[in-house]
Design a protein around this ligand. Structure first.
Ligand code: ADP
Ligand code: MG
Length: 432
């Protein structure tokens, strides 16, 4: 099988859910156009994502043995699905591997045996190393004794830039210079770098506003350079910019949040709950009927976040979205986005020049002249005071103080970032 996998389809509506009394597990009928380049009548392992929850799924594309002949439904069952209402909800499905051709079985026993085998195979995929970059079981044979198809990562990083470069002018210098950056799902990544280091260019490469001059960018497994992926990419990876005033398009908050959904052609009855949910998540329901120009900068940015959120993205990219706000506005927006990351599992790329914001991230990436200069946990990055200064960055004051104390002979553990860290470490050190 040479078909291109992994392959992601989003916005898949669940049309049915039933507890298969005969088979003993829930199945969901899905409605979406069959994936053209994958063989129909195939059984696939997929990753199903809904509201930040992930399930391993077995997809039957074509004629599922339990569905009447000729019916175009695609069926799936979600392994370890504990129940709950799926009807009418939207899934993102990433096809990971082809298991076998679909076929009809002479007896229920034969079907059950096959399904047990399918589930065992799918679980082997699901159990691969949690970072998800593991390989499938070493050429595990499928039913027919054929090796499984090519090796693919099980968990698709929502953002994966592969040796990406970008220049604004032909034979101009590289604004982004051979950047390979895979961001795993649910991570809050801060991107730092002085002015002109390539942060905004990289951000725009991550949602197909720019296409790479070299290398490729995959968003949830979709190559941004393929024109047919454009809208899917924009929906998977939503962007919030710096200036709140340039992002508002409507005269009423609710309509502003609706704007992106209208562009996507989301049907009216589905729009209303999505708008409401997004406004709840950014705590702006009281302002749903307000005029955006009456809002504070922080509130406007939260409306912009709601507009992206309503599109149910996997990733949010915020390019210095707090830069123009006062300290309380910055805190509002950062707090809102951190909560979305924690509660909904949305992956966040947070571009900032505020070190104390970056200190809260899971991972810090420092750009310099378009290339990755540092990449690691905040403590690891911020303990490299001299290196950061060499890149033209301000070091968090407490990290700098710790370095100065070290030079003066008072050695403190690496990675002090905040006043709290400093108090804790000094207290421990002085009480020895
Ligand atoms: P940052 O967001 O880190 O400040 P940018 O991505 O905006 O960095 O810029 C990276 C490099 O690309 C800089 O040298 C900048 O001058 C150049 N650049 C940015 N935008 C453009 C543009 N529209 N046309 C030409 N060069 C640009
Ligand atoms: Mg910028």
């Amino acid at each position: 099988m040479s078909a291109e996998l992994p392959f992601t389809v989003s916005g898949v509506t669940v049309r049915g859910k039933r507890l298969g009394t005969r088979l003993g597990f829930p199945t969901a009928n899905l409605s979406y156009p069959p994936v053209e380049h994958l063989p129909p009548n195939g059984v696939y392992v997929a990753l199903a994502q809904i509201d930040g929850q992930r399930y391993t799924a077995i997809l039957n594309q074509g004629h599922h043995p339990t569905v009447p002949e000729g019916q175009p439904t695609i069926e799936t069952h979600l392994l370890d699905f504990a129940g709950g209402e799926l009807y009418g909800r939207r899934l993102t499905l990433t096809y990971l591997a082809y298991l076998r051709p679909e076929k009809r079985f002479a007896t229920l026993e034969a079907l059950k045996a096959q399904l047990a085998e399918d589930r065992a195979q799918a679980r082997r995929w699901a159990e691969m190393p949690s970072a998800g970059m593991g390989m499938p079981p070493a050429h595990a044979p499928n039913q027919k004794g054929e090796p499984m198809n090519d090796m693919h990562p099980i968990a698709i990083p929502p953002i994966d830039t592969q040796d990406v470069s970008y220049h604004y002018e032909e034979d101009g210098r590289l604004a982004v210079n051979h950047v390979s950056l895979a961001i795993s799902q649910g991570t809050f990544v801060a991107v730092l770098g002085h002015n002109g280091s390539g942060k905004s260019t990289l951000a725009k490469l991550m949602n197909a506003l720019y296409l790479p001059s070299e290398g490729r960018v995959l968003v949830c497994g979709l190559d941004t350079a393929k024109e047919e992926h454009l809208w899917a990419v924009r929906r998977h990876a939503g962007m919030v910019f710096q200036n709140p005033d340039n992002q508002i398009v409507a005269t009423v908050v609710r309509e502003d949040v609706a704007f992106g959904l209208e562009n996507l052609g989301v049907p009216q009855p589905e729009m209303l709950p999505r708008i409401q949910d997004a406004l709840v998540a950014v705590r702006m329901t009281d302002f749903a009927s307000a005029a955006p120009h009456m809002l504070s900068g922080g509130q406007k940015q939260r409306v912009a976040v709601a507009g992206v959120l309503a599109m149910q993205p996997d990733v949010m990219i915020l390019d210095e979205s707090t830069a123009m706000l006062d300290p309380s506005g910055r805190e509002e927006v950062l707090g809102t986005v951190r909560k979305l990351n924690r509660d909904k599992g949305i992956t966040v790329v947070w571009i900032t020049h505020f070190m104390e914001e970056a200190a809260l991230a899971d991972r810090v990436v420092v750009l310099h002249e378009g290339a990755i200069a540092m990449d690691g946990a905040p403590r690891a990055v911020f303990s490299q005071v001299d290196a950061l200064k060499g890149l033209g960055l301000d070091v968090p004051p407490m990290a700098e103080l710790a370095a100065m104390l070290g030079e003066g002979g008072l050695r403190l553990p690496a990675g002090i970032l905040t006043v709290d860290d400093m108090v804790k470490e000094l207290t421990a050190c002085l009480s020895k």
